[in-house]
Write a protein that binds this ligand. Structure first.
Ligand code: CS2
Length: 440
């Protein structure tokens, strides 16, 4: 038996506190993976429960039909299970109405974004989904391709413009530095090429707020699904597992209405930058270092790597002495306490967060996680021993052939890492990853 709107859930499991029948869809979310389901959809579900009912979500998968096959037969319902040493808890989320697969029905995606009730299009398409060329500009050929977010949003914006509808808020929820400004610039480059008549309207009517999103969400395993089935009494193919901690800081700059996310724990602020920089350089920077150093030392999970007495000091130094000094903290933002909290989160043994999951797409992650910190110190004539150890561990990971390299630049990385002077061929003036930082 599958989870469905008719399922009678055990009392211990949380569930939507609002009537799910026919709320309007206000959000189209592109890239409906585990992270969106455990994070933004949970906030929206809370906001709907707090009375802001008309913010149902239509999820979109750009390529794979897997999530649609998991959620559509369940009426969009799925479980978020939180795991900590203190115990676990589960709730069923009702905010997602439907999942569309862009590769199967592209027009349905355009129609959902162009619908008059849609005000927000949000994105978790990972770093590589933004289709940037090496110089940071839009890779136009890729952006005209079948699974490009720009094609769907561009076509829908054209429909809205012609119909005289309102503009949209495009909300990037990915781990990029200045994610809002980056999305705005790339979307504009696409429109200038493919819909030049729209650019002025886009500038005037659409907004791209920056966000800092934080919740650790390991890929769901069959063991997780079996445990959740035992708890629910029905099978949930769409379940996600996460930690108790969750944070969402959003720049308060929307084109139109939005859910009252601030009533359910999100922070709406004027400037996201200090939170985003701290998260990218401290949490994500430490995560990527743990991944490559930890895998090199034979560990499988984050909690094992952080418990290793040879690794923990490297990670503490990275966060406290290398990343933290580069961050202009916002009033009240305590970076020492942030590092303490991160160490505790990494140590969570109930989460089973695989290092190989974090090691994926290194070429897309490393610039904003490590290289900006390194360049900051280099300008001041200082070295970063922990980040340099992390870089050496990444090169060893690319060289040793022990793990699959899942990265859009995999072949070029392998070749560069195998050649003489791999640090220079990866990062130097003519290196594969453009950066201000130059290894010596
Ligand atoms: C991780 C992130 O996989 C990764 O690269 O560093 O997904 C991390 O778990 C999240 O950003 C935490 O908010």
């Amino acid at each position: 038996m599958r989870l469905s709107p008719e399922t009678v859930l055990p009392a211990s499991v949380g569930r939507p506190t609002y009537a799910r029948s026919a709320p309007a869809v206000g959000i189209v979310h592109i890239g409906i993976g585990a992270f969106h389901r455990a994070h933004q959809a949970a906030y929206t579900d809370d906001a709907m429960g707090a009375g802001d009912r008309d913010w149902g979500i239509v999820g979109v998968s750009l390529r794979s039909g897997d999530v649609a096959a998991q959620l559509n037969p369940q009426g969009g319902l799925y479980t978020v299970a939180t795991r900590s040493v203190a115990g676990s808890s589960s709730r069923v989320i009702g905010a997602v109405q439907q999942v569309l697969v862009a590769s199967e029905d592209p027009q349905a995606v355009v129609d959902a974004i162009a619908a008059p009730a849609t005000h927000i299009v949000s994105f978790t398409v990972t770093e590589k989904g933004y289709l940037r060329a090496a110089d940071g500009s839009l890779d136009l050929d890729a952006a005209k391709g079948p699974s490009s977010l720009y094609r769907f949003v561009g076509a829908a914006l054209a429909t809205r413009y012609t119909a005289g509808l309102s503009g949209l808020t495009l909300l990037s929820c990915d781990n990029l530095a200045n994610n809002g400004a980056v999305l705005r610039r790339l979307m504009r480059e696409y429109l200038a090429s493919e819909h030049p008549d729209l650019t002025r309207w886009f500038d005037a009517a659409c907004r791209c707020p920056a966000t800092m999103i934080d919740r650790i969400v390991p890929a769901t395993t069959e063991t997780d699904r079996a445990a959740i089935e035992a708890e629910l009494g029905v099978r949930d193919e769409g379940a996600v597992v996460t930690e108790g901690f969750s944070q969402w800081v959003i720049e308060d700059d929307f084109a139109g209405p939005r859910p009252r996310w601030e009533a359910v724990g999100a922070e709406l602020v004027a400037d996201v930058a200090p939170y985003e920089t701290a998260k990218l350089r401290m949490l994500n920077g430490a995560h990527s270092a743990l991944a490559y150093i930890g895998l090199g030392a034979g560990h499988e999970f984050v909690h094992q790597a952080i418990a290793d007495p040879a690794i923990r000091p490297v990670i503490e130094t990275l966060m406290r002495c290398e990343a933290a000094p580069t961050i202009d903290a916002a009033p009240g933002q305590d970076l020492t306490a942030y590092a303490d909290a991160l160490l505790e989160r990494f140590a969570n043994p109930a989460l089973h967060h695989r290092l190989i999951q974090i090691a994926m797409d290194g070429s897309q992650k490393i610039p904003q996680r490590w290289l900006e910190t390194l360049a900051w110190h280099q300008r001041r004539g200082r070295r970063c021993p922990s980040l340099e150890a992390a870089i050496d561990a990444w090169i060893a990971f690319l060289q040793d052939g022990r793990h699959p390299i899942d990265d859009p630049l995999a072949d070029r990385l392998r070749t560069a890492a195998a050649g003489p002077g791999p640090r220079l061929s990866l990062f130097g003036p003519n290196g594969l990853l453009p950066s201000e930082w130059t290894p010596d």
